[in-house]
Design a protein. Structure first.
Length: 119
């Protein structure tokens, strides 16, 4: 049974980038809309490239508006918690680089597949 209805977030002026989170040894991939807010996020372990997070703002908002707290908890257990807020200053983060939409999409699809199968 699927926890989420797939909702596509269309961004007119999206940006995709990757940063390194040293404290947790994670690569973090972000898609942010033209308003600067995170619309999708993937976190991968540096050593094993295993996904930790692959969360979507559109899905979170859909669940908030159409499901109960238990369903939201199951989503967060499966796909992780989306970063809240704007991504201002991301270029100053360690090893930050802009990535292509295609690269982000490949990382996103693989992370979602792995998280969906493993939990």
């Amino acid at each position: 049974m699927s926890l989420v209805k797939v909702v596509r977030q269309d961004c007119d002026m999206a940006i995709w980038f990757r940063t390194y989170h040293e404290d947790e040894d994670l690569w973090q991939y972000f898609e942010a809309g033209d308003d600067g807010w995170v619309t999708r996020q993937v976190e991968l372990g540096v050593r094993d490239a295993r996904p930790v997070t692959a969360a979507s703002l559109a899905e979170v908002l859909h669940l908030r508006d159409h499901a109960d707290a238990a369903v939201m908890r199951r989503y967060e257990q499966r796909f992780g918690i989306l970063a809240a807020g704007e991504v201002e200053g991301w270029r100053d983060q360690p090893l930050a680089i802009e990535v292509s939409a295609e690269e982000f999409e490949l990382v996103w699809v693989q992370a979602r597949r792995e998280l969906d199968e493993s939990r």
